[in-house]
Design a protein around this ligand. Structure first.
Ligand SMILES: *Cc1c(COP(=O)(O)O)cnc(C)c1O
Length: 412
């Protein structure tokens, strides 16, 4: 069986985790601090704060830019459901805009149209009422408030879907025009690079481009710590806020208290959470980060081999770098054209019968129970229905890539 994805873990990660366990310090401590420093250096970010997952990171990043109960965050439905859930965790509601059919990412034109045509502007702020756009889902936290206390658009949250960089230059430009902060869901995007000057210079996602970028270290992504995440930001105040929120609002971290030579009594300055990463996870993360450059290079090599093998099929569109980015090839989405000899389901079944695991295109939150309304997003729905994710992982052999290519092409 060729799996669709597989983390690249070995003796080095096991040894690092073992060392952390035997050190006696297993929760957030020196290894978390070291991992944060290394990750910040890797991205060129001013601050990096390790957290328990990307979802908890997004929750805190949205709170730190001021998203509060009753607010609206403009994002995409075409994403893992955690993107939308993080908005709800703030007591806010996601307003979904459609995606671009080539990159599967937030369409800047759709964002602009939403802010222009589907929102009202007064007092220097932007307001959205859900009534004309599918209504408000029953589970929405906004359903509990009187309408006059809801609808302030508080942030824009684009997603670098499957690691594919968003058109950030345009999104940031639109956001600046409306005075809105941008929080990047960079769950899949560790190692992807972005250009904001038309392709002249590139910088890693997370430098950051928006107010904050949140990464995931779930095993489905490129770099893994089992579970875990990281928030990068250039804003010292936000970084301090994350550090309070992640540890119950406690004014002194365990590590500082432990190493203090004077008796230190902590205070609890706000209602916090337990969103910490453990030192066992961070130990793995330090090793994984050391391999990230090689992981991206190898995936891009596999991507090129796929592109070679699958070229010339008029019914199959292959993924490629957008002009503004260099992709980490975290996944390999191919798109079936309307006239394809086989539909998504038939192709996936045929590959499965041949021992090749695949997945359908990314899900859409707006068609799942918690977010379902009358809203239609044609590009998002088409991407879910006509995309197949082919296997790609770091230890994938050329023979395995060629076997997938052969099977996709069989009979065509
Ligand atoms: C995986 C993923 C998340 C959630 O990450 P966790 O670390 O599992 O919380 C959020 N957004 C996107 C786009 C993802 O792919």
């Amino acid at each position: 069986m060729i799996p669709v994805a597989k983390p690249w873990l070995g003796e080095e990660e096991a040894a690092a985790a073992r060392e952390a366990i035997l050190s006696g310090w297993v929760t957030q401590g020196p290894r978390v601090a070291e991992f944060e420093g290394a990750f910040a250096a890797w991205c060129g970010a001013r601050h990096a704060c390790a957290v328990s997952s990307c979802t908890t990171g997004l929750h805190m990043a949205l709170k730190a830019v001021g998203v509060a109960h009753g607010d609206v965050v403009v994002t995409v439905s075409h994403s893992f459901i955690a993107t939308a859930n993080a908005v709800r965790h703030c007591g806010a509601e996601p307003a979904f805009v459609d995606v671009d059919p080539v990159t599967f990412n937030m369409d800047p034109d759709a964002l602009e149209r939403f802010l222009d045509e589907d929102c009202a502007h007064y007092g220097g702020a932007v307001y959205h009422a859900f009534s004309e756009r599918g209504g408000l889902p029953a589970e929405s936290p906004l359903a509990l408030l009187p309408p006059e206390q809801t609808g302030r658009v508080a942030a824009i949250m684009p997603v670098h879907q499957l690691g594919m960089p968003c058109d950030m230059a345009r999104i940031l430009d639109i956001a600046a025009r409306y005075g809105l902060p941008v929080v990047e869901d960079a769950a899949c995007a560790a190692g992807s690079e972005l250009s904001c000057d038309g392709g002249k210079t590139f910088a890693p996602v997370g430098r950051p481009h928006g107010a904050a970028a949140c990464f995931s270290f779930h095993p489905r992504k490129i770099l893994t710590t089992g579970d875990g995440g990281m928030i990068t930001t250039a804003d010292a105040g936000s970084d301090s806020a994350y550090r309070l929120y992640r540890q119950h609002g406690m004014s002194v971290s365990d590590a500082v208290r432990h190493s203090a030579r004077k008796v230190t009594i902590e205070e609890y300055v706000l209602t916090g959470y337990n969103y910490r990463m453990t030192d066992v996870q961070a130990a793995m993360g330090i090793v994984q980060l050391g391999k990230l450059k090689a992981m991206v290079a190898e995936r891009r090599r596999i991507m090129a081999r796929y592109a070679d093998g699958l070229s010339g099929l008029p019914w199959l569109t292959l993924p490629q770098d957008p002009p503004w980015g260099r992709w980490n090839a975290m996944s390999y989405p191919v798109r079936l054209a309307p006239g394809a000899p086989e539909g998504q389901h038939a192709l996936m079944q045929r590959l499965l019968d041949a021992g090749i695991a695949t997945r359908p295109g990314v899900m859409n939150a707006h068609t799942e129970a918690p977010y379902r309304t009358a809203l239609a997003l044609p590009q998002s729905e088409a991407a879910r229905a006509h995309v197949v994710l082919l296997p790609i992982f770091n230890t994938m052999t050329d023979e395995q890539v060629d076997a997938v290519v052969r099977e996709v092409r069989r009979g065509h």
